[in-house]
Design a protein around this ligand. Sequence first.
Ligand SMILES: [Mg+2]
Length: 258
Amino acid sequence: MFKHYLLVLVCSVSFLFCTQFDQPVPTDYEVSSAVKWTMNSAEYAIITEYLYRSATRTISTLEPPNEPWVVAMDVDETLLNNVEYNRRRDLLGLGYSSESWAEWVKEESATAVPGSIAFVTEVLKNGGQIVLITNRNRDLDQFTWNNLTALGFPIDRSNTCIMGRSQADRDSVGESEMINDKDLRRTQISTGTATYCWENYPETQIHWNKSFSIIYEVGDNIKDFNQTTQENVDRLNFIDRVSSDVLLLPNAVYGSWE
Ligand SMILES: [Mg+2]
């Protein structure tokens, strides 16, 4: 009541001053629709779970090759859901930055993409190995690994190799057969030269110092797939591969399409 009387008094003294009470008060920034969809919708959870269940069935019924084989997987928005990071940035009115991203990764609080743990479990159960080809910086690999194991992904250093992005990966683009910045790592795995997989874990060398057949690729970005980009992808051909050797997950928040 006192505030009301005070407002009337102030307004009666100066109309100009009174109008300042009607100015919109600055509010927090909005969270984007893409972030809301990923965070809250039944659709996102259903689509990702459905896609992973289909892929898990494919893995469970495939005839494994005679040679060592791996499934190559991206991490962000493929195994780990980072939408909380994007929500925080949206509320600040800010986008991605490498500094804030590194802080987020070090929190190790990303959640699992629905269906992804069951898929990884099936690959390992069927005798495959997993290579995690992520564009998180290589010096963040341990944080990523901690986040994954805490969520219950049944990975260890002998069945899974995590390969963050190095300067060599950035520099490789444009060289022969290197169309995108994950191609170098895929080549290292398929030729048995991914020394990074065992240089810090020498006891695992026996598991990684061999040539692998990459039989399946999983990602949310078209560049998660061998020698593929937004510009060169043959969409019809890619669709034909979906039920056999690739799994593409939805990511409406960010990607190489931006
Ligand atoms: Mg990704």
